[in-house]
Every structure is written in C-alpha cells, then in structure tokens.
Design a protein. Structure first.
Length: 331
C-alpha cells in the first residue's frame, strides 16, 4: 500500500488526468475501483477513501500526506512532486530530504489506516448517479436552544429516476453517535436509511418519476439538540455536479464568533487545521453571515468556518454538519 501511495504522489498526484491508471493494485482494491472506468467517479471515490484514512492521522502527518498527494489547497496546482516537497519543507522549516522522510512516514501511517478500515458499502446505483444539483440553499441557525439546518435543493435529472439518495456526515470527534434528527419538509418521502458512526444516508422517494431534463425541489431540516456543540464549520463537499451553493449562518447574538472566514475549494482534512483564510466575513447586527459559490468541484469543501477565540472543553460532545452528500453531507 505504501508503494501505491508513493506512485500516486508522482506528477500531479490526485489531480492527474486518467487517475484510474495511476492506482496501484492494493489502493484500487481498497477503493473498489478495479472495474470503474469513469475518471470523475474514480476521483470521487479515491478522495473519499483518502479523506477518511487521513482523519485519524496526527496533524503533521496529515500535512505531509496531503502535500505529497496534491490534496492541500496551497499545492493543488503544483505539477510536480518536487515542488510540493519544497513547499512542505518550508512549512516544517526543514530541508527537502527531511520533507521526503516525513512524507514516507505519513504514508506508512496512512497505509495502515486504509488497510484496517472497513470501507463503507457502495449503495449507489445508476439511478442514484442520474441527477445533479442545480442549486443548494442552506440556512444554519446556531441558538442556545439547539442547532437547525434547513437545506433546499433543486435537482435536475439526467436519466429516469423514481428516488434519490441523500447523504451527510454525522458527528465527528467521538466514537459515540450523536443524535441528529432529520425531517423531509417537502418534495418526497424518506424511505430506507443507513447509518454508521460517521455517515448517514437515506433514500428519498420522489412524488413522481423524473425523466431527463426534469427539475425537482426538496427541503430537509436537520436538528441537533441543545447541549451539543457544532463543529465550527458548515461545508458542502459534493460527490456530484453542483452548480450553485448559498449559505446563510445566523449566530446567536449573545455568542458571536471571534472570526468567520470563507472556505472555497478546500481539499480533504485541510479545514481541520482551523487556519483562517484571507477572506474574513463579519456578522451583521442580527448575527447573519452569507456566502455563495458557483461551479463546485467534486471532493472539495465550500462554506464557512469560524472560531470563538476561547478555549473549548475537549470532552464536550460535538457534531459536524456538512451539507451536500456522501460523507459529511455530500450529495
């Protein structure tokens, strides 16, 4: 597996065109990609597996692995591994040989994580892939009485479909499942659900069948009980085409954040570092912050992140909400 990761890191890393031909046998097996030929689907699945595998790595190893594989947003455009290693060397204030060693060490840990993980079953079908999201509008309300997120999607069918699969991330940072109530406000009926510690997906039966070109709108409300603190972010991480995404966050006027910043195309676990971007936003007098995005890239994170400038009890239960569908609210 380590050999496969080093092979993947060459050239443009995960940004390589024709990615399937670059996967070694062990990595292809872990991802379940031996028979998949579609480049977009290969990249989506690979990014999901790498993201989950790096979740438990120490921060310095996540940095090294994400830099080498061209996952980190600061090196995503770098065409050569040596250029990404030079950037990593600057970040850790070491020479290039040390950077290479750090990458190898991180790949050893990542390979172990990937080999011991139980890949989530792929419940997708041709019908599940036969649609895309024309727009997602999310309103997130952060109140002392609990947290609510209302997600309104307008989808466009590219094939004949009777139902779709909606996916989201569940609580992170704990082995315990934190209760998230899900209610379909309009646009269909919730069918079967599948839930693990970190992810949830459920089928939505549509009011009527859609044929190619048909549009349909549905709304979902997510509720997290009071007393459970939300991770300080809301991201849409698409696994399919997303044309537009708008996000409005209303903070409790009695607990405004110290900083709020825009996340625009973050890759993998780079947002875990809680490093503000250059695009800082400010709540209005009612505590609202607004952001919008267009032409989202599959596997990248878009939305808002914030901090309150105070220490938080590490033992306090947390939940992460990520809108959009196959792992942490991607769709």
């Amino acid at each position: 597996m380590t050999v496969d990761l080093h092979r993947l890191a060459r050239g443009r890393g995960v940004q390589t065109a024709g990615l399937r031909d670059k996967l070694g046998p062990e990595l292809a097996t872990i991802c379940g990609l031996h028979d998949e030929k579609d480049d977009l689907k290969v990249k989506q699945r690979l990014l999901q597996i790498l993201d989950e595998g790096m979740a438990g790595l120490p921060p310095e190893d996540r940095l090294a692995a994400s830099a080498a594989l061209a996952l980190h947003p600061n090196v995503i455009e770098q065409r050569f591994l040596r250029m990404r290693l030079a950037w990593l060397a600057e970040q850790i204030d070491r020479n290039s040989r040390t950077a290479q060693r750090r990458v190898h060490e991180s790949f050893v840990l990542l390979a172990t994580a990937l080999a011991t993980a139980s890949p989530a079953p792929d419940h997708s079908s041709d019908a599940d892939r036969a649609w895309y999201v024309n727009s997602l509008k999310t309103t997130l309300l952060l109140k002392n009485t609990g947290t609510r997120a209302v997600e309104q999607r307008r989808i466009v069918a590219t094939g004949r479909i009777d139902s779709i699969t909606h996916r989201m991330s569940l609580p992170a940072g704990s082995s315990e499942q934190i209760p998230v109530e899900v209610e379909l406000l309009h646009g269909g009926l919730i069918g079967s659900t599948r839930t693990s510690t970190h992810h949830s997906e459920y089928d939505i039966v549509l009011p009527e069948s859609l044929k190619p070109g048909d549009e349909h709108e549905y709304s979902v409300e997510l509720r997290i009980p009071a007393g459970l603190r939300l991770d300080n972010r809301y991201l849409c991480v698409p696994i399919r085409r997303y044309d537009r995404f708008t996000l409005r966050v209303r903070f409790d006027i009695g607990r405004l954040p110290h900083r709020v910043w825009r996340v625009d195309g973050a890759v993998g676990r780079s947002t875990d570092a809680v490093v503000p971007s250059d695009v800082l936003l400010h709540p209005d007098r009612f505590g609202d912050v607004f952001a919008q995005f267009r032409d989202l890239r599959a596997g990248c994170g878009y939305g808002l992140q914030w901090d309150f400038g105070t220490a938080v009890d590490a033992n306090e239960p947390r939940a992460r909400v990520t809108g959009g569908g196959n792992a942490a609210g991607r769709g």
